[in-house]
Design a protein around this ligand. Structure first.
Ligand SMILES: Nc1ncnc2c1ncn2[C@@H]1O[C@H](COP(=O)(O)OP(=O)(O)OP(=O)(O)O)[C@@H](O)[C@H]1O
Ligand SMILES: [Mg+2]
Length: 464
């Protein structure tokens, strides 16, 4: 696939390119301006030093004729003062005598205002061929006559020409540098963002089914994202395959009942009633229970913030169980006054506790007790009965789907499986044990995490 030269709007590549342009632009502008200023200062200093030396040399070479007219011993050491209009000029003045000028100054004159003090001063002044940097000072004449005024000057254009030449050179270099930086920047841009292209291809491969997961070997910044994505893919895959199995299980579990129902319906159609009504009823209950089981399993995904409050949630279960097992005169009681909030949906809590209490009601001789207490970040709800109990070796197998340890009491062997499945779903569990007091009976213990804010150490904890 060919990559467009101009990156798409809103893309990381475009951001990168813009940031790089701004970075290179500001950097080079700064380097350009500061280097030029530094160079100008340096060249100006050099010019000034040179002119001062020439001025001193001029004063040293000045002699006087018998009529007081100043003359030079010999020309200044720099030949540019001899070349016409070279931009390098000198001038010596004495009141009452003609002005002595350098051979280079064919017209005009230097401004003598600068040469009336003993110390050397300088100024940008008008000169014979344009603005000049002019230096001047005055010295008493050795013959006791009137003062001598020395002036020396260089055209500003000479200084400017040196600086402009340097600026042009600098500009060429900076342009070359910018091109180089832009080129390497483009390579850096492509190189650093290449894993994103690979990421896109990898996601596309998963999307169109060419790959099941994202491959390994990513930069440190992308690796966690890929790990999360793979985790998500795994979870999805597990959910889909679980849903498939569940759908299969549901169909399978209903098929037997459906076959029996069909059979009974055919019997009825033939006019032979028999005990079909009881069979139909039994099969309908079986189907209902199977649906309970599968619905409980289908409720996947804990909703954030789900809470069930005790003792409110226990009361309706106790009342329903009292009614359900009224024929056997079982006494249900609750023992627990602690206000507790559990991290579970109220419907799921009712489903679990109803199953445990229903079992206790079916097997108890006379009494069933429900109590609860908080232990650390969990609450433990115990359902205790005074029935025959389950031998320790068989307690684990009682949780198996369809597992029925004793056929004397009606049931489908799903209650404990449903309860445990739901409890685990919320990070809790269900376990069976004998009674603490050693008497006959079974204790079904439900462990569930406390709702946020209920846990010790968290603000708002109002547990015991
Ligand atoms: N409190 C108890 N005392 C004695 N045995 C029990 C008790 N609770 C459960 N069991 C045994 O464990 C088996 C499994 O219980 P479970 O609740 O899973 O199924 P069920 O009660 O038989 O049927 P269902 O709950 O689906 O109507 C029961 O058949 C029973 O043999
Ligand atoms: Mg049961």
């Amino acid at each position: 696939m060919t990559r467009p030269i101009i990156p798409a709007q809103g893309s990381l590549r475009l951001r990168f390119a813009v940031a790089m342009l701004a970075w290179i632009g500001t950097g080079l502008l700064f380097i350009g301006v500061s280097t030029s200023a530094l160079f100008r200062k340096h060249v100006e200093n050099q010019f000034h030093d040179e002119l001062k030396v020439h001025l001193v040399e001029l004063a040293e070479l000045t002699r006087f004729a018998a009529d007081g007219q100043p003359t030079l011993d010999r020309p200044l050491s720099d030949p540019r003062y001899e070349m016409p209009d070279s931009g390098y000029y000198w001038q010596v003045e004495r009141e009452g005598a003609p002005v002595l000028k350098s051979a280079s100054m064919r017209r005009g004159a230097l401004d003598p205002a600068l040469a009336h003090q003993p110390e050397i001063v300088h100024r940008l002044a008008r000169g014979p061929t344009g603005p000049t940097m002019t230096y001047g000072f005055a010295r008493p004449a050795p013959d006791g006559g009137s003062e001598l005024h020395f002036l020396i000057a260089t055209d500003e254009r000479i200084l400017n020409a040196v600086i402009s030449a340097f600026d042009r050179e600098l500009q060429r270099w900076l342009t070359l540098l910018a091109a180089g930086l832009l080129g390497t920047g483009a390579i850096v841009n492509i190189y650093t963002l290449r894993p994103l292209d690979r990421l896109r291809q990898s996601v596309a491969a998963v999307h169109n089914g060419a790959a099941r997961r994202m491959e390994d070997g990513w930069p440190a910044e992308i690796a966690p994202l890929v790990a999360d994505l793979n985790g998500l893919l795994d979870t999805n895959e597990a959910m889909v395959s679980r849903a498939r199995v569940e759908a299969g299980n549901l169909a399978h579990s209903l098929r037997t009942s459906l076959a029996i129902l069909t059979d009974e319906a055919e019997t009825l159609a033939k006019g032979e009633a028999g005990d079909s009504a009881a069979t139909l009823l039994e099969q309908c209950r079986r189907i209902e229970r199977q649906l309970d089981w599968h619905l409980a399993r289908a409720r996947a995904g804990v909703r954030q913030g789900a809470t069930t409050r005790l003792p409110e949630a226990i009361q309706p279960i106790e009342t329903a169980m009292q009614r359900l097992h009224a024929e056997r005169h079982i006494q249900f009681s609750t023992d627990g006054t602690d206000m507790v909030a559990l991290a579970i949906e109220p419907e799921d809590f009712a489903e679990i506790v109803s199953n445990l209490t229903d079992n206790a009601g079916k097997w108890a001789r006379s009494r069933v007790g429900i109590d609860w207490r908080v232990a650390g970040a969990e609450a433990m709800i115990s359902v205790t009965d005074d029935g025959p109990g389950i031998p320790a070796s068989m307690r684990t197998s009682a949780f198996g789907v369809g597992s029925r340890l004793d056929e004397r009491s009606p049931g489908h062997g799903l209650g404990l499986a449903i309860a445990q499945d739901l409890a685990r779903h919320y990070g809790g569990d269900v376990a069976l044990s004998g009674r603490d007091d050693g008497a006959d009976g079974l204790v079904a213990r439900l462990m569930l995490p406390l709702a946020r804010g209920q846990q010790p150490g968290i603000e708002g904890f109002d547990g015991p």
